[in-house]
Design a protein around this ligand. Structure first.
Ligand code: SF4
Length: 317
């Protein structure tokens, strides 16, 4: 599976001014794990360079206009955006990274200008292509490159795209109900870090008390799983999950070891150290005491460790 992306973020010179918006993290790091499917709606309907466009509120409606002569290009941009979104297939992408602030690609808080000189602008717009994408794929992980600068959002997005990919690969493997039980179990703590209720509800689907067909169960599971991983985890929930996991070996370690782990957990909660510091310690004990159940938990390995987002201490400050 691939990641969809606004072309200019890869360094393509497709911006209105003939420039690009190359993003280092995407190009240098994510490209090691994902192929990109690049999209630039504007370039398909306008030349490059071209007059800049922006969102303008006109008679209550949000329109798209050129900045130089206020020409209304709403229909042109809307049609190409619909066309592009329509041609993306359900299992083609495992996420999408959009260019922030763009009237076409911006996911949120895009500036909407007033059509009168003394009117107020509003930072509540959504780019035309981003809107079409979100409507067609409400559960697809979608983020903006700007928000990926926030370590917690970035961590959540990465977790989400790897979990999304893993679910689709799992479903394509023609799983049995036993495979589903195993898959669900391996996601226990990751789902807990999002929502306890969701884990319970997903568990009810897997338990299948109503004797539904496997096809129906997998569909229900897929929907709720994707909704759950789309939720942003919180430090508090994550801390509680870590505490719970610590319970697996707290009775068999020394007082000094306990103190060290609990201090590490507190430091994580306060944002002094990153999650990786706690995860690393927990994994050591998991290995030392050979705790099979924890070894299979995706929460302790949510994405390739080389990506190492969790190791950036400064990210939490
Ligand atoms: S923001 Fe979107 S439409 Fe604008 S140049 Fe980048 S890819 Fe093209």
């Amino acid at each position: 599976m691939k990641l969809g992306i606004s072309s200019c973020l890869l360094g393509t010179m497709c911006r209105y001014d003939g420039g690009h918006s190359r993003d280092r993290f995407i190009v240098n790091e994510l490209s090691n794990y994902f192929e990109f499917e690049a999209y630039c709606p504007e370039r398909l309907v306008f030349p490059t360079p071209r007059p800049a466009i922006r969102l303008v509120r006109s008679n209550g409606e949000v329109t798209v206009r050129t900045t130089n002569d206020n020409k209304d290009v709403t229909n042109t941009i809307t049609e190409i955006s619909k066309e592009l979104a329509k041609n993306i297939e359900d299992n083609q992408l495992c996420g999408f990274i959009l260019k922030s602030k763009s009237p076409t690609c911006g996911m949120e808080r895009v500036k909407i200008y007033p059509d009168k000189k003394n009117g107020q602008s509003e930072n509540v717009g959504v780019g035309v292509f981003a809107k079409e994408l979100k409507e067609k794929f409400p559960l697809l992980p979608i983020e903006e490159e700007g928000r990926l600068g926030d370590p917690w959002l970035r961590e959540n997005f990465l977790m989400q795209i790897f979990a999304y990919k893993s679910l689709f690969e799992f479903l394509e493997s023609k799983p049995t109900i036993n495979d589903l039980v195993e898959f669900h179990t391996s996601y226990k703590y990751l789902i807990y870090s999002k929502s306890h209720n969701s884990y319970k509800e997903l568990g009810n689907i897997v338990a299948n008390r109503d004797k539904k067909s496997l096809e129906v169960i997998l569909l229900e599971y897929k929907r709720l799983f994707l909704e759950t991983i789309a939720q942003k985890g919180t430090i508090k929930n994550t801390y509680n999950v870590l505490l719970h996991i610590y319970g697996y070996f707290k009775k068999v370690i020394s007082k000094e070891e306990k103190d060290e782990i609990l201090e590490t957990l507190e430091d994580f909660k306060k944002g002094i150290i990153p999650l990786i510091a706690v995860i690393k310690i927990i994994k050591l004990y998991t290995k030392k005491f050979d705790i099979e159940y924890l070894k299979t938990q995706v929460f302790l390995n949510p994405y390739p460790k080389d990506l190492a987002l969790r190791s950036k201490v400064e990210a939490y400050k």
